[in-house]
Design a protein around this ligand. Structure first.
Ligand code: TMP
Length: 238
């Protein structure tokens, strides 16, 4: 596989063509942003760390029969991935009340509900990425009801595996965001990173935040905390 020209650059990633039309290389940048790009920073080594963590997690999911776009790590900050047709929605899975759910519903962060919560978000930053429901998604022609059922089934399975893996690292998976794509044969594929940039991770012993909330809320030690997540995951997977 030969890495060719840059075909997309976002806030935290670059995507490169390869000499194989069904493969791309995704490179993770040190740049980070929040609140629709209002808050921005460059954190040395963040690209390598999020790539490392996401590669470990996606490989773990692949080994547990979850269909993901991840093929293999490429260098320090890259992943060779399958090309998929992105579905323009995000699924947010919540095990503990936090973030926008706490704010929107006037609930305290840290409440552990009996059920798992699945939010569906339309990826339209010009509309403020609104929460939608299944009926909206079908009406907009984004997914069929059958695909939605499959997407929630995969999201629940991903959650189960993540909770088990991070538990071994002494970390609670509070919530996370994932996106899906369709492979050439139409099957749904997890096509996203899973790292402290896209998950809320709380230390089981101290409750300390080990994710991007350290950046969003100016809690400091962002890089050091990501390093600790990576090290704990490496040890959990030994
Ligand atoms: P929220 O509580 O702000 O809705 O975030 C829920 C989870 O989704 C949290 O783990 C952070 C993640 N997330 C992203 O990865 N990207 C985003 O743009 C947003 C808003 C949330």
């Amino acid at each position: 596989m030969r890495e060719l020209e840059l075909i997309y650059e976002g806030k935290s990633k670059q995507i490169f063509k390869t000499d194989s039309s069904d493969r791309v290389v995704i490179r993770f940048k040190d740049d980070t942003s929040a609140f629709y790009n209002i808050k921005r920073a460059t954190i040395a080594n963040k690209g390598r760390l999020t790539c490392d963590i996401s590669s470990m997690v996606l490989e773990y999911l692949n080994c547990h029969n979850i269909n993901t776009h991840f093929i293999e790590r490429v260098g320090d900050d890259g992943q060779l991935c399958r090309v998929v047709e992105h579905v323009p929605v995000e699924v947010i899975v919540r095990n503990v009340v936090a973030g926008s759910m706490a704010k929107r519903l006037g609930m305290d962060e840290g409440i552990v509900p009996k059920n798992t919560i699945f939010d569906l978000v339309l990826r339209r930053s010009d509309l403020g990425d609104p929460l939608i429901n299944d009926h909206h998604a079908v009406a907009m022609g984004l997914l069929s009801y059958d695909e939605l059922a499959k997407m929630y089934e995969m999201s629940a399975a991903i959650n189960k595996h993540l909770v088990e893996l991070f538990d071994k690292a002494g970390i609670t998976v509070v919530d996370f965001k994932i996106e899906f794509g369709r492979a050439a044969d139409g099957t749904l594929v997890l096509a996203d990173e899973l790292s402290p940039d896209t998950c809320r991770l709380w230390d089981k012993a101290t409750g300390e935040r080990m994710d991007k909330d350290r950046f969003r809320r100016d809690l400091g030690r962002v890089r050091e905390t990501y390093e600790e997540v990576a090290e704990r995951l490496h040890n959990a997977l030994k």
